[in-house]
Design a protein around this ligand. Structure first.
Ligand code: NAG
Ligand code: NAG
Ligand code: NAG
Ligand code: NAG
Ligand code: NAG
Ligand code: NAG
Ligand code: NAG
Ligand code: NAG
Ligand code: NAG
Ligand code: NAG
Length: 605
């Protein structure tokens, strides 16, 4: 938008040589430059406070930028009905009257950049049916009113960036049926209204930059069926992109950069089957999950620059069968394995420079293609191992390849057979320490063929050192466990067996078990009932034991009482028998039982 001064000077020169006689006789305003051939008048930077007198009536291009105009009234431009291009940039215009340009029906380009406009009244652009370009950027517009642009059915480019926009009225964009490009930037909008955008049926490119919007909601862009390119840049608060936010769009390029999204919004890419270029640079995306781009079947270019990317998981780029360019420069990648791609054969360009790359067998595929892949002038550099540190990948000779780009197959240490027998509820652990280069990943396979990794939480987990840990073993945990240590060089396996013995019912351990029932999650066990039963049994035992003791003591006391009475009665009888019948055989009185009855014979001498 900065004045093409060089071009103007050249044109002026041409005109001096060529100038037609007709225009030469016409007046040119004293402080302006006239280009008769183009019917152009330039009065740039002339401290004008009003449209100068003496501008030829048939002028088509009028440049009044960098002056001191303060307003535009309907009469000001009425004498120049042939105007097609009017540049009023960098003035001090704060007021536009309704019908300000209504006398210029042939106007195609109107520039009002860098003025002091706070409000554009409805009707300011009335009758500008042929206007194709309108630049309102760098003003102080706070709100766009309904029907502001109603008559501009030919408008193709609208700039409203760098304003203080807080609100775009729902019907502000009505009538803009021809608009192909819209840029909204650096304003204080906190939401994007799907309804206001829905009038822009012809929109092809939408750029939304430097906004304080925190989330992209469902169907924000619905009805923009002609949109091909969407740029979302520098939204520092953006953290959430709804899966349906791009619904109804058929984009060919999408750029979501410098936001705060921390993962690839895979779900929202579902209907972007025609996308060919995706730029997700400068978002805090540290990992690419498997199949993160599965729906982007026609994607050719993927840019993930400066995201802090540290992990590209196997199959992360699966589905991208047409991928030609991958740009992951300036990240934290130690490697980029061939298994991440759908096929590396489609790849033509690769930028992995600016990553701490470890030059082992995982990068061999890049090395083998170092002569055909286009590194964009920035071939990757090894950050390790020490003997090749700092070497450029494309500089290796063929013979050196297999000296350096090697991996050491994992080897599991301490292969003593682990056979463990445990009681139900006990903790159990199996060690699996493996060595290799690069450091192997440990996976355990359960007897039920479940993959157990450091990510599987719950009762059974794999600790960082590779040890399998089962808290509170269950009978169903019994069986053979397989440890697989694998890296790019291969794998090593190792077996361990576990036998878990069940517990007899009603034993005291059940009390423990009920305490852990939440974690055991054994639905066959009604913990409440077991616990109650246990408590009940203990009470019964205690009570009946106490009863037994009391009755036995009572009988002994009774005997002594009889003895006492007898001794007082002075030997009327010398022999007597006491019978006491116990209901149950329990308590400490065990000897001398006959059926349910015990006899105590006492003889007094
Ligand atoms: C608008 O443009 C069309 C074709 O470009 C032309 O025929 C028409 O006269 C123009 N309208 C005005 C008012 O100049
Ligand atoms: C817009 O935001 C900027 C910076 O946060 C602030 O200085 C300005 O006052 C805001 N404008 C309005 C109209 O809220
Ligand atoms: C971005 O996200 C991180 C963590 O999710 C948060 O701490 C930070 O404040 C966010 N930044 C902005 C500008 O919202
Ligand atoms: C989407 O756009 C592509 C061109 O980019 C076009 O071939 C295709 O037909 C469009 N699909 C729909 C449903 O409009
Ligand atoms: C991707 O986005 C970043 C940040 O906006 C920009 O610098 C870069 O040029 C874009 N890349 C492409 C290929 O458009
Ligand atoms: C890769 O990204 C960097 C940084 O944005 C950029 O300079 C470079 O042009 C990109 N390369 C390609 C091939 O797009
Ligand atoms: C382990 O390596 C063998 C070949 O050495 C391979 O066939 C097998 O698929 C690998 N298994 C795993 C789980 O990586
Ligand atoms: C019950 O659990 C505690 C703590 O876990 C343990 O010390 C105790 O040995 C357990 N009792 C039985 C009978 O298993
Ligand atoms: C417990 O088991 C039930 C049914 O088998 C299951 O739905 C639930 O998710 C389990 N809870 C936990 C914490 O494992
Ligand atoms: C356990 O049993 C008690 C009594 O039989 C019953 O009230 C309770 O609902 C049961 N709880 C569960 C989780 O089945």
């Amino acid at each position: 938008m900065a004045g093409p001064l060089g071009l103007r000077a050249l044109l002026l020169l041409l005109l001096l040589l060529w100038a037609g006689p007709a225009w030469r006789c016409e007046a040119c305003p004293p402080r302006c430059d006239c280009l008769p051939q183009l019917k152009a008048v330039s009065c740039q930077r002339r401290r004008l406070t009003a449209v100068p007198e003496g501008v030829p009536t048939e002028t088509r291009v009028l440049d009044l930028s960098r002056n001191r105009l303060r307003w535009v009234e309907p009469g000001d431009l009425a004498p120049y009905p042939r105007l097609e291009e009017l540049d009023l940039s960098e003035n001090a215009i704060s007021v536009l009257e309704p019908n300000a340009f209504a006398s210029l029906p042939g106007l195609r380009v109107l520039r009002l950049r860098a003025n002091q406009l706070k409000l554009v009244p409805v009707g300011a652009f009335a009758r500008l049916g042929n206007l194709t370009t309108l630049d309102l950027s760098e003003n102080k517009i706070v709100i766009l009113l309904d029907f502001t642009f109603q008559d501009l059915q030919s408008l193709r480019h609208l700039e409203v960036g760098d304003n203080d926009l807080v609100y775009i009225s729902h019907k502000a964009f009505t009538g803009l049926l021809g608009l192909e490009e819209l840029t909204i930037e650096r304003c204080n909008l906190t939401s994007i209204s799907g309804q206001s955008l829905s009038y822009l049926r012809g929109l092809v490119t939408l750029r939304l930059r430097h906004l304080a919007v925190a989330s992209l909601e469902d169907q924000n862009f619905r009805k923009l069926s002609n949109l091909r390119g969407l740029e979302i840049d520098s939204w520092p608060y953006l953290e959430y992109i709804s899966p349906l936010s791009f619904q109804g769009l058929n984009l060919s390029w999408l750029s979501i950069t410098n936001t705060n999204i921390s993962s690839v919004p895979s779900a929202s890419f579902r209907n972007l089957a025609h996308l060919t270029s995706l730029n997700l640079s400068y978002n805090p995306i540290a990992a690419l999950e498997p199949w993160a781009f599965r729906d982007l079947v026609r994607l050719k270019e993927l840019h993930l620059v400066g995201t802090g990317l540290a992990t590209v998981e196997p199959h992360a780029l699966a589905g991208l069968r047409q991928l030609r360019l991958l740009n992951v420069s300036g990240n934290a990648l130690a490697t980029l394995e061939e298994g991440a791609f759908h096929s590396v054969n489609s790849l033509e360009g690769l930028r992995v420079d600016g990553n701490p790359l470890s030059c082992d067998c995982r990068l061999l595929w890049i090395l083998q293609r170092r002569k055909t892949l286009d590194f964009d002038g920035r071939a990757p550099v090894c950050a390790g191992p020490a003997e090749v540190q700092g070497q450029v990948l494309s500089a290796f000779s063929d013979s050196a390849l297999f000296d350096y780009f090697t991996c050491q197959k994992p080897k599991i240490r301490n292969r003593k057979l682990q056979q463990v027998t445990a009681r139900e509820g006990q903790p159990v652990s199996f060690a699996c320490r493996a060595e290799g280069d690069p450091a192997p990943a440990i996976v355990w396979i359960s007897p039920q063929r479940r993959r157990l990794t450091a990510h599987s939480g719950g009762r059974v987990t794999v600790l960082p050192g590779g040890t399998l840990e089962i808290r509170y073993a269950q009978v169903t945990d019994s069986g053979t466990y397989i440890c697989i240590a694998s890296n790019a060089g291969g794998n090593d396996t190792y077996f361990a067996t576990l036998t878990v013995r069940g517990l007899p019912p009603d034993s005291a351990v059940y009390a423990n078990r009920s305490l852990y029932a939440g974690e055991l999650n054994d639905t066959s066990l009604n913990s409440t009932r077991v616990f109650l039963k246990f408590t009940l049994d203990l009470t019964t035992i205690l009570v009946s034991t106490a009863m037994g003791c009391i009755t036995f003591l009572g009988v002994v006391l009774f005997c002594f009482l009889l003895l006492f009475v007898w001794s007082r009665g002075r030997g009327q009888r010398k022999n007597f028998t006491v019978e006491y019948s116990f209901r149950k055989a329990e308590g400490p009185v065990a000897s001398g039982t006959q059926g349910g009855t015990r006899k105590f014979n006492m003889k007094m001498i």
